[in-house]
Design a protein around this ligand. Structure first.
Ligand code: SAM
Length: 214
């Protein structure tokens, strides 16, 4: 879902740095071989994640929801030399696809894909993340926020994808539309939460960016 007219979106992409050949191939192969290729961050959002990561220069990144590894590879571009990115993916087949592509990249030693349920694994991780990217099951976004809060460094950043949910969050949600209701609650909770400063960027399907201040 893009909120900009297609021509403007294309113009923005054409006037942003190119994605690497590996990312281009990963995007292409995901579209050919994997279900729901729209889940992949894609060129423009990928460059945004890369730019943010380069600005933050993280040592330690957590990603919840690897899918085929596109966003992990983009964020890894900003990692410090001895930095590490842990990405959690519940689907073993998708994780295998991601691990194969990550293995072909210059970040193969820096990215670790954990296959399992993020709801169970996050608590086992050591603290000290500079950047956390939440991009898995929408119904658990509020729980992810609480699980990652103690693991995030003071001044660290949290980015959550799809918070506009095709624009549905801006209108009263249907009774059975649980994902929209949960995302509305997540956006409100984070905005009211004194532990964070936040901004909702209307890029692609909505990127919530929050900084831990308390
Ligand atoms: C939107 S896709 C991630 C896209 C990827 N971050 C990117 O930008 O290219 C969401 C992924 O989260 C995974 N997922 C869903 N629930 C999960 C859970 N509880 N723990 C870990 N991964 C989960 C799905 O299998 C799916 O691959």
């Amino acid at each position: 879902m893009n909120f900009l007219p297609e021509e403007i979106d294309n113009y923005a992409t054409e006037h942003s740095s190119k994605e690497s050949e590996l990312l281009y191939q990963l995007n292409r192969q995901t579209n050919i071989k994997v279900l729901q290729p729209r889940m992949l961050s894609g060129h423009l959002q990928g460059r945004i994640l890369s730019m943010l990561s380069n600005m933050i220069q993280p040592e330690y990144i957590l990603e919840i929801g690897t899918y085929t590894g596109y966003s992990a590879l983009c964020m890894a571009e900003g990692l410090k030399d001895d930095g590490k990115l842990i990405s959690i993916e519940i689907d073993p087949e998708i994780a295998e696809f991601a691990i194969d592509f990550i293995g072909q990249s210059e970040y193969s030693q820096k990215i670790h894909v954990h296959v399992g349920d993020a709801m169970e694994y996050i608590e086992q991780l050591e603290s000290g993340f500079d950047l956390v990217f939440i991009d898995a099951d929408k119904s658990n976004y509020p729980q992810y926020l609480e699980l990652v809060y103690p693991k995030l460094k003071m001044g660290g950043y949290l980015i959550a994808d799809n918070v506009l949910w095709s624009g549905k969050v801006a209108f009263p949600a249907k009774e059975k539309d649980i994902d929209t209701q949960v995302l509305q609650g997540f956006n409100r909770k984070l905005t009211d939460d004194k532990r964070f400063e936040n901004i909702l960027l209307p890029v692609r399907d909505g990127l919530m960016i929050a900084r831990k201040v308390k």
